[in-house]
Design a protein around this ligand. Sequence first.
Ligand SMILES: Cc1cc2nc3c(=O)[nH]c(=O)nc-3n(C[C@H](O)[C@H](O)[C@H](O)COP(=O)(O)O)c2cc1C
Length: 482
Amino acid sequence: MGRADTLPSVIQGGMGVAVSHWRLARTVSKAGGLGVVSGVGPDLLIARVLQDGDPGGDARRVLADYPDQEFVTRTLDRYFRPDGLPDGTPYRPIPKLDLHQKPDAVRLTALGAYFQVALAKEGHDGPIGINLLEKVQIWTPAALLGAMIAGVDAVLVGAGVPSHLPRLLDRLSRLESVTLPIDVAGASSESTHEITLDPTEAVPGLAPSLPRPAFLAIVSAHVLAAYLARSDDTRPDGFVIEGPVAGGHNAPPRRPALDETGQVAYGPRDVVDLTKVAATGLPYWLAGGYGTPEQYVAAREQGAAGVQVGTVFALSAESGMRTELRDSMLRSLADRTLDVRTDGRASPTGFPFKVVQHAETVANPVVVGQRERICDLGYLRTPFEREDGSVGYRCPSEPVDAFVKKGGDVDETEGRLCLCNGLLSTAGHAQRRPASGGLTEEPPLLTLGQDLDGARDLQARYPDGWSAADVVAWLTGHLART
Ligand SMILES: Cc1cc2nc3c(=O)[nH]c(=O)nc-3n(C[C@H](O)[C@H](O)[C@H](O)COP(=O)(O)O)c2cc1C
């Protein structure tokens, strides 16, 4: 029996930054699904939650069981503000992770991932997963370590080719040192760039081994599934097969094209051949427009182990989106004006990204025009090699001059949005900065999938809103209430 064979048939997809935080994942898991916390920006989130006063004491409660109490004490001293930050005070910056894995930056990342998973797992026996993006590789080993210390049951990785993950998880579970090669733009063939993490050095006081979670690769092409399944070194325990209507980032189409409305267009070559996925012998879950009971049944009839669903959870009561933003999307859903576009320019990763067209967000060019272009979080920066062989970092969403000075192509900057600050604002942790004439607060950025059928059905059933537990029961045909 494979590691993924016992995972539930409903997976609540990982949704960064903090849309799928521990409360949502815990609710889903208690209802019988696989609750998945987002592993994006765990270092920043724990620092900001503590600066917000850790209402309810949840973070401090689970941190009390973390093996490295010396680092917990230092973190609380540095970030915890019992009454939150005074109005208008900016959040403190945190040490940034880069190719030189600074010990405190590694420790904060591990602690942040531990915090999310430990809280999601608290008080029940259901499984919890963590979602990571191959595009933000530099955080991967430290975030995995923290999640594994908390006993994470599954790791789900997309946005790239996560071929190193199986061995990484094997080694981390035995507390062996891990090395991860890092993609560096313009690197000469002689140079190798990698990061190394020694678990026992990063987190003193660990138990002799950590449970090895199941690994699901999130892919959008059967060719990639077959490639990963071919070798023992790269074979995951299962797949999430994600189609182009899914929320968040999407894989680029095989043949780049835009439709008549300027959105990224997908064609027949983007349709996944499920018989080829099934031929790998590994279980798979279907994602992207599978958020209705009918689609759930259809997926199972096609041989899938189940479905991974995002949009209807992002709109649920336990969503990590700011309440007023979620409610305003629910109102637009009700009056049929909710519009989600597949934007080929918005994400600095260059991947298509689903953007909700909402006037108070950076989807509105007026809001973008009022925002100072700034890159102060840097999760989507990519490393590049300079002529002298040293490594720099750049992001097409940073100030244009800075990007071009680092050798970036000016055309790359057009239409790019700051996903880091936008998504953090959506999750209620917006950066505030002093500005001429007062304070500015980072505006939000909203993403959802384009198939809204499930959300509309749920709205008809639950006009005052629904819980993530309602979603699991509804999808699987076991309604909690009627
Ligand atoms: C708000 C939101 C944020 C998302 N963020 C991520 C993410 O950080 N990582 C990821 O792998 N998928 C992300 N997704 C995709 C979901 O995990 C899931 O695969 C997808 O939403 C399924 O399609 P559906 O929206 O049609 O249900 C996101 C989706 C939404 C709606």
